[in-house]
Design a protein around this ligand. Structure first.
Ligand code: HAH
Length: 362
């Protein structure tokens, strides 16, 4: 009889000392499983850094990116006015919770304010004035977060969608020309010499686009431009990329001596269809078990490859937090729900999550 309390006491000790597997899984987040490999990031808007999504972010991630708040249009809407509010809150949320910040983005053909291309008479600006404005913009934004943002997407999506063409047509290209890309990196480096500077693009693992990106990257590195990495956006789907395309892309970019970030990862359950803006008649928004299984396999495949190349891949960031909201809900087909992330609409871990954190096959 005397031994019963001792037995109970020691049982309690065992329970306290060794949390069950279920408890351990509850406590660990993506960032913990990947601790020795690379940070795991997420793109946020103002809502995501409050409430239940904020709690999920703290549990699962150790890097964040502003989805829109640091783009030129939102942050610098008029020549003499910067909108620092949301960008500051995101950086503050990161420092309060020990998260790294990736900055996005300094030079892009979209979400650019109209004023920047016209002078006080309403005429198109000269090359000199546009470069001066670009430099002032970059010095202000990168300078404000110096030491707080560890990596910047300096140039976003400079390559044309047409495989026959090289650089995308834009106001920047029209007024300044190819030189604008080198200048943007130089200005960013001037503002924060310690920040890692990235070129970022989508479909960057498709062989034809990959070769054109490599051409731009070589032009920049050979000219001594301060560039440290390439961002593969990773807007993928259950149909692509293939293992070969992804592995070859990683190897080719790494061979330039650049590090790689996967900057905007999501796994659409629809094919890539940039040009299609109408919902197809035969299409339903149903997230069927078949689609989900394909997505699980695809997430398992790409994360296996990320781990294999962890020497070169130094950040993996998801574009949005959960299937509650994704930019793909309104792009490219307005109003078509997508389910591209690892957390469902109730912020619960999806089946794909458990494949992503399962390293048994390595
Ligand atoms: C990305 N472009 C952008 O880098 C990011 O800033 C934005 O929030 C979402 C996606 C991907 C893209 C696009 O916006 C338009 C056509 C093709 C690809």
């Amino acid at each position: 009889m005397k031994s019963l309390p001792y037995f109970l006491l020691s049982l309690c000790c065992i329970i306290v000392a060794e949390p069950s597997l279920a408890q351990q899984q509850q406590e660990l987040g993506l960032k913990d499983y990947y601790h020795n490999l690379f940070p795991i990031g997420v793109a946020v808007n103002g809502r995501a850094i409050k409430g239940d999504e904020a709690a999920l972010i703290k549990q699962e991630f150790n890097s964040i990116t502003a989805e829109n708040a640091m783009k030129m249009g939102p942050i610098h809407p008029e020549e003499n006015r910067y909108n620092w509010g949301l960008a500051d809150s995101i950086v503050h949320f990161a420092s309060a919770n020990n998260l790294r910040v990736r900055g996005h983005t300094l030079l892009w053909h979209q979400q650019t304010p109209k004023w920047i291309f016209v002078d006080e008479n309403g005429d198109q600006v000269s090359k000199e004035l546009l470069l001066k404005r670009l430099r002032e913009h970059i010095l202000a934004v990168v300078g404000r977060y110096k030491g707080k943002i560890y990596a910047w997407d300096v140039v976003n999506e400079a390559i044309d969608d047409n495989p026959e063409k090289f650089l995308r047509e834009s106001k920047w290209m029209e007024i300044i020309g190819e030189e604008v890309f080198a200048r943007a990196f130089e200005y960013a480096h001037e503002a924060d010499p310690d920040a890692l500077l990235f070129y970022n693009d989508y479909n960057s693992e498709r062989p034809e686009k990959r070769e054109r990106i490599l051409r731009l990257l070589k032009n920049l590195t050979e000219a001594g431009v301060p560039i440290h990495g390439v961002g593969l956006q990773g807007h993928w789907s259950i149909f692509e990329p293939s293992e070969t395309d992804l592995e070859e892309a990683i190897e080719r970019y790494a061979s330039l001596g650049l590090q790689l970030h996967i900057t905007e990862l999501d796994m659409s359950v629809y094919p890539w269809e940039k040009e299609r803006r109408q919902k197809r008649a035969d299409e339903s928004d149903a997230y069927t078990p078949e689609l989900e299984q394909k997505q699980i396999d695809q997430f398992e495949k790409v994360f296996g490859i990320f781990r294999k190349y962890a020497e070169h891949i130094t950040n993996v960031t998801f574009w949005n937090v959960s299937d509650r909201y994704s930019w793909l809900d309104h792009y490219p087909v307005h109003g078509r729900k997508n389910y591209p992330l690892l957390f469902d609409q109730n912020l619960q871990r999806k089946k794909a999550y458990w494949k992503v954190v399962d390293f048994k096959k390595d």
